[in-house]
Design a protein around this ligand. Structure first.
Ligand SMILES: Cc1ncc(C[n+]2csc(CCOP(=O)(O)OP(=O)(O)O)c2C)c(N)n1
Length: 611
């Protein structure tokens, strides 16, 4: 594979440097020095090592490349332009409104699988892709380029650990150890031995090289895939390498060269620059395409009205049911699978299950990797612990990722475990994610039907499941489209529309019974789809109840269901009264807590009467 000559690759590296300088100078911003340090490694990967079809960046058996240090985007763009995918003249549109060559890579570009730029996330995604290659029996490898400053992020080590545990010898991480971060030198400078010990202790094979010595780079790449461990290449480099008056100097992070500096730098590099467009890139091997097609339908449900089933348990039942006929379903969990009930799937389909251990950021990243490879990943843990992966979820939004997150143990209704285990901010977080769908079933049928929709549709979906058992209230053939809401009680002359979801729906139904006995009618709506909200259904009901709505939710008031409803309906002159948890909760029995924090049937009755 490496019969390509060294001088040519060195020349391509310099051409990539020139492009990176020109792009960022034209844009007036960007990170040319972060590009220059990694240019030799990237030239070797793209023009002498990786196997891919440059005309079809999404081909299923192409080697994958994740630029975890996303601020080196100009280098990535330069490499693809030099493969001939698009004209090099386009590079000068970097960071402009009408070009997809954005400041940091996003999958608006066909050769970018996931957004990067929030440092420390690429390795998790790469682990997901490498696991997926193994599952699909494909021989593509996943390469991920990280900065040395970047690997201070804890999430990197969550991913490194899982890669070591799973012996991912189809995964190659390259750390561009250029000694400098943004505001100062990194903690360990050029001491590769520090990083070597860390990766080795996580079960990785470690190679240390001079990242500007093409012979060394190719030699180490030639040994990729040997053994049973993931490989990390620690490449000692200079930030700004190739620009004599800048390289290895502090104070040049994220600064474009001015026109004169750029001209000077390019004059230095040009005599040693070569194009990559004439390089024959090794083709990926021809292996059968993975089966990533959704089935036409899923097996039917078998609940009986009145059955008592927690929605978290229904999630476990549903995942197993749909996973049996849908080969795209992959389950991930963070050592909570006996609580989230993902264990039912894990037992039946171990090859499609990934125990991520207690590392929630990595669950989201690995799921994003699977999603980018065409799977329908379902990651589960207690809903509240997804909040610590807030940034991974946010970036999944930017990636327009296909991931399903299922959070159990929501709200004060979990009871005795107390506030650290209660998800009370999760709706707010998940609603705020670009393109997300937020779903909150009250019974087992709703949970499983929403699960089907999550598997079928693309995007970021969050399913909020509850700990207490609740009675089945829907028939097995009921439909739960995203953006819908169910009217469960409604009579002419109703005073108020009460919107509940999950456990509070049952409180609303109880309140309706109590009030009815006193001659007061209320409309009760199940807002099982919080984003998109079934606003039309709620609005129509509210207009029949004096434009008055009461929302009741097992979540903090900020950003929850009440805010979602008010946000949609207040413009129509509808008054929304919010019952929600408004103080730091305590341990106790679920029913005691619902009462104490004012979200039980009695609180609803009181509120309705006061209006
Ligand atoms: C999570 C996160 N924190 C901070 C930043 C801001 N930032 C961008 S690049 C950078 C320095 C990165 O240093 P290093 O990983 O060594 O990469 P280099 O540019 O030196 O190759 C920082 C702090 C970021 N993008 N993401």
């Amino acid at each position: 594979m490496n019969d390509i000559d060294i001088e040519k690759l060195q020349g391509i590296a310099n051409q990539l440097r020139i492009h990176s300088i020109e792009e960022t100078t034209a844009a007036g911003s960007g990170h040319p020095t972060s590009c220059c340090s990694a240019a030799d490694v990237v030239a070797a990967l793209f023009f002498g090592h990786m196997r891919y079809n440059p005309k079809d960046p999404r081909y299923y058996n192409n080697d994958r490349f994740v630029l975890s240090k996303g601020h080196a985007a100009p280098l990535l763009y330069a490499a693809w332009a030099e493969t001939g995918l698009f004209p090099t003249s386009d590079l000068l549109k970097l960071r402009t409104l009408n070009s997809d060559l954005e400041g940091h890579p996003t999958p608006r570009l066909p050769f970018v699988d996931v957004a990067t730029g929030s440092l420390g996330q690429g390795l998790s995604v790469a682990v997901g892709m490498a696991l997926c290659a193994r599952l699909d029996k494909l021989d593509y490898r996943t390469y991920v380029l990280m900065g040395d400053g970047e690997i201070a992020e804890g999430a990197v080590w969550e991913a490194a650990s899982l890669a070591g545990i799973n012996k991912l010898n189809n995964l190659v991480a390259i750390v561009d150890v250029n000694r400098l971060g943004q505001s100062e030198a990194t903690a360990f400078g050029h001491h590769l031995d520090v990083y070597a010990k860390r990766f080795a202790s996580f079960g990785w094979r470690v190679e240390e090289i001079d990242g500007h010595d093409m012979d060394e780079i190719l030699e180490v790449l030639a040994a990729v895939g040997l053994g049973e461990q993931p490989l990390v290449i620690l490449a000692k480099t200079l930030k700004g390498a190739g620009i004599s008056f800048i390289q290895d100097k502090d104070g040049w992070h994220g600064k474009p060269l001015n026109k004169e500096e750029a001209a000077r730098a390019i004059a230095e590099l040009q005599p040693r620059a070569k194009t990559g467009t004439d390089v024959q890139i090794p083709a990926p091997s021809q292996l059968p395409a993975p089966n990533n097609t959704a089935p036409a339908s899923y097996p039917p449900l078998t609940y009986k009205l009145g059955d008592s089933v927690a929605t978290r348990e229904a999630y476990g039942n549903g995942l197993l049911r749909i996973g049996t006929v849908d080969p795209r379903v992959v389950a991930l969990d963070g050592d909570t699978k006996n609580s989230t009930y993902a264990d039912k799937f894990f037992k039946k389909f171990p090859e499609r299950s990934v125990e991520c251990f207690i590392a929630e950021q990595n669950i989201v990243g690995v799921a994003t990797g699977f999603g980018a490879r065409g799977k329908a990943p379902f990651g589960s843990t207690f809903a509240t612990f997804f909040t610590r992966a807030a940034d991974q979820i946010r970036v999944a939004g930017i990636s327009q990722a296909n991931i399903n997150l299922v959070g159990s143990h929501v709200g004060v209704s979990i009871g005795e475990d107390g506030p650290s285990q209660m998800a009370l901010e999760d709706i707010a977080l998940m609603r705020a994610i670009a393109g997300s769908k937020v779903l909150y079933p009250a019974d087992a049928v709703a949970a499983e039907k929403l699960l089907e929709e999550m598997a079928k549709q693309k995007g970021i979906h969050f399913l909020r499941t509850s700990r207490p058992k609740t009675p089945v209230i829907y028939n097995n053939d009921e439909k739960f489209p995203f953006g819908g809401a169910k009217v469960l009680r409604q009579n002419a002359g109703d005073k108020v529309t009460v919107v509940g979801a999950g456990v509070t729906l049952y409180e609303a139904l109880k309140a309706a019974d109590t009030l009815k006995a006193e001659g007061i009618g209320i409309t009760v709506i199940d807002a099982y789809s919080i984003k998109p909200l079934g606003a039309d259904v709620i609005r129509a009901a509210a207009q029949k109840t004096n434009n008055t709505v009461v929302t009741v939710e097992d979540h903090y008031a900020e950003g929850g269901i009440g805010d979602a409803v008010a946000g949609e309906l207040s413009v129509d002159g509808i008054k929304v009264h919010k019952l929600a948890v408004r103080e730091l909760p305590h341990s106790g029995k679920p029913e005691e807590l619902l009462a104490k924090y004012g979200i039980d049937a009695a609180a609803i009755v009181k509120k309705v009467k006061s209006l």
